[in-house]
Ligand binder design. Structure first.
Ligand SMILES: Cc1ncc(C[n+]2csc(CCOP(=O)(O)OP(=O)(O)O)c2C)c(N)n1
Ligand SMILES: [Mg+2]
Length: 402
């Protein structure tokens, strides 16, 4: 090692890096565009046309997925999409404050969600309605968050599914800590071991919390699957302005495996996530999965994507629809007929009608609810604040007294 005095500081344009042929910014962007189809590195088991592609590495992770199981995955995706569309419509009717659509990301969420074992823990961001469903969270439970009556009322421990996190990337740190705990408590090591999965977006990879999560998980061998849904957009910011490299390649810099899977292929998402979770539960974590997908609707109902992206991009992705390829595969291989598809559609319509009925009739929470569940133990300060607030409200005339 040269001493600091011996360090040489080449002038700009003289050092080895400057002398190596550097691509121009235009070349870098062109290279990224070339991979925007997913590139050769994309792991895929079902093509957009519904043809099964053999995979020496991943076939064994979906050996058990027969026609019946595939019909189940199809049903999951149709139900989740139908509920998503219903919630979107309810926001437009003023019944929800906001909605965060998952349209187009059903395969990434159902495939990865169904890969989890009961003992595994999941940390979502705010778009993971399909994972919530796969974890057994009642879709109606999500409505309160978006009607702004609660913060998510399900039992996080029982469902093994944490609350939604709006702060970008923050749940990656929570999940890292949780996974380190699984490791410290000796819950890792065999087929019955535990693993954690954390969901975040392409934009979140630009956030410091995600980088810190990568570092800590790597040095502590945490049993954590980083599941990045690259839906190509962070609101109006495209992925190519977030990274010079395909996102999965970032893992290499932290010293753990990264893989890009076709996020619109439910079978591939199931297989790759099962593999990654298995690596983790056997002590070989962490693993980064980049699920290459597309956000087919707006970022949220407050967003207008026509302001920043062209409709031909959306049209191109419609040809890779996650549900259509399973439908084509089922039909082509005689695993399902028209009556099956009709019955699933009818079930989805009933599912959505139930959601609508529930949401329209959701009781208004009483004003003191805002003070509930703040602390595990009673708090005299909070009690005083609640009493003060309630007596303040009592000072107003009720409708009948006016
Ligand atoms: C720390 C933080 N910064 C900014 C925001 C505002 N914000 C909400 S969503 C979003 C984009 C996230 O994009 P991505 O990670 O790709 O997830 P996606 O919404 O596409 O699923 C931003 C910047 C936020 N919620 N939290
Ligand atoms: Mg995104």
């Amino acid at each position: 090692m040269p001493s600091p005095e011996q360090w040489t500081h080449p002038e700009p344009g003289e050092g080895p890096a400057a002398q190596a042929a550097q691509p121009s910014p235009e070349q870098v962007i062109a290279g990224l565009r070339a991979t925007s189809e997913g590139g050769a590195e994309l792991t895929q088991l079902l093509t957009p046309e519904g043809e099964r592609v053999a995979s020496p590495q991943f076939d064994r992770y979906v050996e058990d997925v027969d026609g019946e199981a595939l019909r189940g995955l199809y049903r999951d995706m149709v139900l989740v999409r139908r509920a998503d569309r219903e919630a979107n419509a309810m926001q437009r009717q003023g019944q929800l404050g906001i909605w965060v659509p998952l349209l187009g990301q059903e395969a990434a969420q159902v495939g990865s969600g169904r890969a989890l074992k009961p003992q595994d823990m999941a940390f979502p961001s705010y778009r993971e309605h399909g994972v919530a469903y796969a974890r057994g969270v009642d879709f109606r439970e999500l409505m309160g968050i978006f009607r702004c009556t609660d913060h998510g009322g399900w039992d996080f421990q029982a469902k093994r599914f944490h609350p939604y996190t709006i702060v970008i990337g923050n749940q990656v740190l929570n999940a890292t800590g949780y996974a380190m705990g699984q490791k410290f408590e000796g819950k890792v090591g065999d087929d019955d071991g535990e693993a954690t999965i954390v969901y975040f977006g392409d934009g979140a990879t630009s956030q410091g919390d995600v980088h810190e999560g990568f570092v800590w998980s790597a040095v502590y061998d945490a049993p954590l699957v980083f599941f990045c849904q690259n839906n190509q957009w962070a609101i109006s910011e495209p992925t190519e302005r977030q990274s010079r490299l395909p996102l999965y390649q970032r893992a290499r810099g932290y010293g753990f495996p990264g893989i890009r899977v076709d996020g619109n292929d439910v079978l591939a998402c199931l297989a790759v996530t099962r593999w990654a979770l298995d690596e983790c539960r056997h002590g070989n974590g962490p693993v980064l999965i980049e699920a290459f997908t597309y956000r087919m609707d707006a970022h949220t109902t407050t967003d207008d994507p026509t302001r920043y992206r062209l409709s031909d991009e959306l049209e191109a992705w419609k040809l890779k629809d996650p549900i259509e390829r399973v439908r084509a595969h089922l039909a082509r291989n005689g695993h399902a007929d028209q009556s099956f598809f009709d019955s699933i559609q009818a079930e989805a319509d009933a599912f959505a009608a139930d959601l609508r009925e529930f949401t329209f009739n959701m009781p208004e929470p009483p004003p003191e609810r805002v003070f509930a569940n703040v602390y595990a133990e009673p708090s005299p300060v909070l009690d005083a604040q609640r009493e003060e607030y309630l007596s303040y409200l009592d000072g107003f005339a009720t409708a009948g007294e006016r």
